[in-house]
Design a protein. Structure first.
Length: 195
């Protein structure tokens, strides 16, 4: 049984969306995975230009749930339990979603795999990468001039720590290097989503 506050918070997050994409008979969920600074949110925004899916950005959702995020393990665990409840609720309504989060460990990704399988939603996995020198440059630039389009607070130290926990995706997935032209991978993901 799920805790009532979890469902309440998932509903509160759902109510914050001003518009939702059209429902589909077999909704698609696209899980984006990658370390901080690799370009996940950029990839998601570009992908959403072609697929009218709802982007669930974990950094933005965290700031809606917690006014002063601490990024502690229990806070992150609650964020993702709530996010998975939200995804489940949206998929039940046929709403296609893109999950923009690090999704670095297979045991955490398994939870979304199970939701998609149980609800017979199509699951597409995308691993976002970039050369380490470029990531370092991006994260230093992020720290120097925080802009409104970037919800992430992750810096170079966070990247280095998270890099140690990153696990390979064991299922079929697309890989995109954001230091190159991302259009070919976006084309493939769009084709897969529309298949």
């Amino acid at each position: 049984m799920k805790a009532p506050y979890l469902i309440t918070d998932a509903n509160r997050l759902a109510d914050s969306f001003t518009t939702l994409p059209e429902a589909e008979s077999q909704p698609v969920v696209i899980m984006i995975s990658g370390l901080p600074g690799t370009g996940k949110s950029y990839f998601c925004r570009r992908l959403a230009e072609r697929l009218p899916f709802l982007i669930l950005e974990s950094d933005a959702l965290r700031k809606q749930l917690f006014t002063s995020p601490t990024y502690a393990a229990d806070e992150s665990a609650y964020l993702f339990r709530t996010t998975y409840q939200l995804i489940e609720d949206l998929l039940k309504k046929g709403i296609p979603v893109i999950l923009d989060a690090t999704n670095l460990e297979e045991r955490h990704r398994e939870r979304l795999y199970n939701i998609a399988e149980r609800l017979k939603a199509r699951l597409i996995l995308v691993n976002v990468q970039a050369p380490i020198e470029l990531v370092e440059k991006r994260l230093k630039k992020r720290a120097d001039n925080k802009n409104n389009q970037d919800n992430s607070d992750a810096d170079w130290a966070v990247y280095q720590k998270m890099r140690m926990t990153a696990e390979k995706i064991k299922r079929r997935h697309f890989t995109v290097d954001t230091s190159r032209d991302i259009t070919p991978v976006i084309d493939k993901v769009v084709r897969e989503a529309k298949r």
